[in-house]
Write a protein that binds this ligand. Sequence first.
Ligand SMILES: C[S@@+](CC[C@H](N)C(=O)[O-])C[C@H]1O[C@@H](n2cnc3c(N)ncnc32)[C@H](O)[C@@H]1O
Length: 318
Amino acid sequence: MVIAMLTPITNSGIDFEIDTENPEAALALIELCKRLLNFVCTFKRINIPDEDDISNRTCHRILISLNYAIEDIKTTKNRDYLKEIRQLSRKESQFQYLFDVLATAKTLAIPDIGVLRGTSTGSCVYGEVSLHQMRSFVRELRIGAKDVFMDLGSGYGQLCCLVSAYAGVEKSIGIEILKNLHDAGVKHKNEFERLMKYFGKEHKEIELIHGDMTDFEDKIKTEPTVIFVNNYKFDPMLTHKLKKIFMGCEDGTRIISPIPLVTADEYSKFHHWKAESLVPMTYSRKLKIVPENVSWCHNKPCEFTLTTINRNRAPFSR
Ligand SMILES: C[S@@+](CC[C@H](N)C(=O)[O-])C[C@H]1O[C@@H](n2cnc3c(N)ncnc32)[C@H](O)[C@@H]1O
């Protein structure tokens, strides 16, 4: 292990440790150069090698050049540099920069993305919702500082990290049943947090839990104000248990899911609703969607429904 330090580009940031002998670290350094430190490389004409050409020596050489260049543009207060730093603090550029930070954290933490797909079947089949789609939810639902976000079946936790930093929620919680995905999530979260510190950026607590979501009934009922559940492949038993749990959530809790928790048909038969049902205590609507919003379906975007818990809802309204 050969640890080297990358100098922070902002005054509030701290050094970023890189093991120059670790092939993933070298790839992540290339990603950083291409995405977040591109302005430094362009200005100082630092050649970024292709992924295939990277070796320990080139990794070390780039680090030295970068550190020298960063110190230089910081002390000379280069115009492009100041512009870039201003951009970092603008809400609108936040998303692109978070997107790049998350991509770099993924390269560092999950070198083999086959780990994510694995051989799981049934409810545990892996698939991802795009970060662009999650940004759209955050904007449309005005998710913010007063909210607690929970992702049920959080995979490697990228949505929790994004919502935490982009929406500035009080807390982000992910629950994932598969150990390999949870472990990848913890590594990813650590790399995400290291990169955020490097850029001098803050976010609130992110809690990633390993376990079966149905064992966390009290937590689901009392903590989140916004729940995301990618139930696209959930089996009927899991769906049934979850709906029962959601029936105990507080009024105002908002639940986003690709498969509606209550169908239009169930709402229309409101008179016949069973005693144990979400029908009389929720209303639902479709959410705005963006192109290519999920990893499992490329020809058309997947729909998403918002179900809001409201025990005072007017009868017969949807
Ligand atoms: C389709 S993936 C969603 C990943 C991520 N939330 C996203 O949408 O990008 C569904 C995840 O739910 C997890 N899962 C399935 N059943 C679960 C359970 N009972 N408790 C916790 N996680 C579960 C799976 O292992 C899988 O990682």
